[in-house]
Design a protein around this ligand. Sequence first.
Ligand code: CA
Length: 229
Amino acid sequence: MRILLAEDDPIIADGLVRTLKKAGHAVDHVDTGTDADAAVFSQPYDLVILDLGLPKLPGIEVLRRLRGRKCAVPVLILTAQDGVEERVRGLDAGADDYLTKPFALPELEARVRALSRRGSGNATRIELGKLIYDQADRMASLNGQIIELSARELGLLEVLLLRAGRLVGKEQLVEHLCSWGEEVSNNAIEVYVHRLRKKLEPGGVKIATVRGLGYCLEKPASVESREHE
Ligand code: CA
């Protein structure tokens, strides 16, 4: 997923960025409300983690503007422990969930997983032939065997699987996989696709290259051959 994190506390932000990246997400970090507002306006995100106490423009205002533009991206707000009123205003303004500071990182990860499931129509398990991907655990298996995937490969697989049978443009992949400041070229995307393809092909799952346009995770022809768990 591509996540925007709006948080002005550098220590909290640093911990969050590292945790989310380790889980295979692309994270853009901003530390003011105005930057958050500009970011959600210009970039499609899969999730926004929004501190309500932001300088320049309060988080609640960022949220109101975002919902005012009919942007339906899931939003997780971060609030102060005694901020009951603030929390209520946040939820009223269209936040999907909240976390009170201080929070444990595993709790944040659990909320992120829950919101990502909500964003993708509650699908926690995606099956494609003998390939099974569990979105909650971020684990993929092929023919019943767990496949070892790097964070990038996992991100790539998720984007392709959610659009299985459809063309996914290289630009689209770059957008989903990369945060700002990370230079990821089309060539690098080709390398990730190549690696992922090598891991999936033995199980009959194919990533087709649509020359000059992008990639498509093909739906297998013989779904009947799928073994029952
Ligand atoms: Ca703050």
